[in-house]
Design a protein around this ligand. Structure first.
Ligand SMILES: C[S@@+](CC[C@H](N)C(=O)[O-])C[C@H]1O[C@@H](n2cnc3c(N)ncnc32)[C@H](O)[C@@H]1O
Length: 402
């Protein structure tokens, strides 16, 4: 053996054992915590449209959809790893999709059979239960043979329907999923995605964002306008009013009112189109820019701020409330509408919790409690501050003060 070959090998780069983490496999991969979280959130979102036609309570629906979601998770994970080798003509993802698609009706059948009380007729003989079964297997979107839209799909998912929320569920929903994908980063770095700053040049997605918000908020503006305690107002500034839905409702209610929607340029561009489509272009105008740079003006009867405070740091929100006080006439009203954080010890709704999670990932801030918002308003000099629960979405608040 030569001297060179006897020399011990020295590996110059110290490699900690943790440098090459083993990819988890088996149950650890199948039931990894991020997957379970994703499944629960995904099934929750799917449950929302189904809930509109569900007769036996949201909890019974959630129990079924979460059960099915977890079944899909297990089947997906099983065929991700088994069998180890596949014939070259069969892609693994195809196997996984087919397996999940087959597992869903079988799983639903088992759930309905197991939840049938002893002695009760089988579920397919009870029309309401059969309806529930087909809602879960076809997600309630189609029925009959040949398949046609159910009443809910026709009303809420067809773009031309006056109640359509198709953009909110489709394109804006896609934005929500992308933002939720960034949740781990937000948790790790403590920094949110800052959606309004990052996306200003993405006109297509911004259009979906503002049109989606218009669709989802459309049924509530008239009720919100009725909560504002003013007689014959002349001037309204709707801060971050985006699509103009609230400004138009106020104009409908008060014939002498002129409204200005103050919003960032990409929101104002979409809002202008919507307001023109709705025939309010002569009464609702837009001012483009950052509210803290433009200011609010003076002698206003109403300042409204819907769904902005959860995007701003608390200090900015307090500043905005002080700006509103200074811009309003004596007796003028400030109205703030947003998702509410429950008061300490208060009851948390599932919808509220999901909205908080979403805002945590994409905004600089959080949801605030009604008492916090009331406190900012009282500190700024508003009297007679009233907190209302939003009539349609009970986890949301409308706070008004004069
Ligand atoms: C969630 S949307 C709310 C839109 C509408 N008010 C609603 O409730 O459906 C938030 C809006 O705040 C606007 N915005 C964010 N920061 C702003 C700022 N500094 N000044 C003015 N508008 C702002 C965004 O452009 C967007 O239109």
């Amino acid at each position: 053996m030569s001297a060179a070959r006897e020399r011990p090998t020295v590996y110059a780069f110290d490699m900690p054992a943790a440098a090459l983490p083993m990819k988890p496999h088996g149950l650890r991969l199948m039931l990894a915590w991020p997957r379970i979280l994703f499944t629960v959130l995904f099934t929750f979102v799917i449950s929302l449209p189904l809930a509109l036609g569900w007769k036996s309570g949201f909890l019974s629906l959630m129990a079924r959809t979460i059960g099915l979601g977890l079944l899909a998770l297990v089947v997906f994970g099983l065929f991700e790893q088994w069998p180890k080798r596949l014939p070259s003509w069969l892609a693994r993802w195809v196997l996984q999709v087919v397996a999940v698609a087959l597992a869903m009706p079988i799983g639903t059948f088992v759930i309905y059979t197991l939840s049938t009380a002893p002695g009760a007729p089988p579920f397919w003989e009870v029309p309401l239960r059969l309806e529930g079964f087909s809602a879960l297997t076809a997600l309630g979107y189609v029925e009959g043979e040949p398949a046609r839209n159910t009443e809910v799909s026709e009303r809420l998912l067809v773009g031309s329907s006056p109640e359509s929320i198709a953009t909110f569920i489709g394109h804006q929903g896609d934005l929500h999923w992308r933002v939720l994908d960034l949740l781990p980063e937000a948790v790790r770095d403590g920094r949110a995605y800052a959606m309004h700053e990052e996306r200003q040049d993405d006109a297509e997605r911004w259009d979906a964002y503002i049109r989606g918000l218009y669709e989802i908020s459309r049924p509530e503006h008239d009720a919100n306008a009725a909560l504002v305690p003013v007689d014959s107002p002349q001037l309204l500034v709707d801060v971050a009013g985006g699509h103009g839905g609230f400004a138009m409702a106020m104009c409908r209610r008060h014939p002498g009112l002129r409204a200005t929607v103050l919003d960032l340029p990409p929101s104002a561009a979409v809002g202008r189109e919507i307001v023109a489509e709705q025939g309010f272009a002569d009464r609702v105008e837009f001012r483009e820019g950052d509210v803290f740079e433009l200011g609010l003006g003076e002698n206003l009867d109403v300042v409204s701020v819907f769904n902005l405070i959860h995007h701003l740091p608390e200090e900015r929100d307090r500043e905005l409330v002080r700006m509103a006080r200074a811009a309003l006439k004596p007796g003028g009203a400030l109205v703030i509408g947003d998702s509410a954080r429950p008061e300490p010890g208060g009851k948390m709704s599932a919808h509220g919790a999901v909205s908080s999670l979403l805002f945590y990932a994409w905004s600089h801030s959080r949801n605030f409690t009604p008492s916090e918002v009331r406190g900012w308003m009282e500190e700024a000099g508003f009297e007679d501050v009233q907190v209302h629960q939003n009539v349609r979405s009970l986890w949301r608040m409308v706070v008004v003060g004069r």
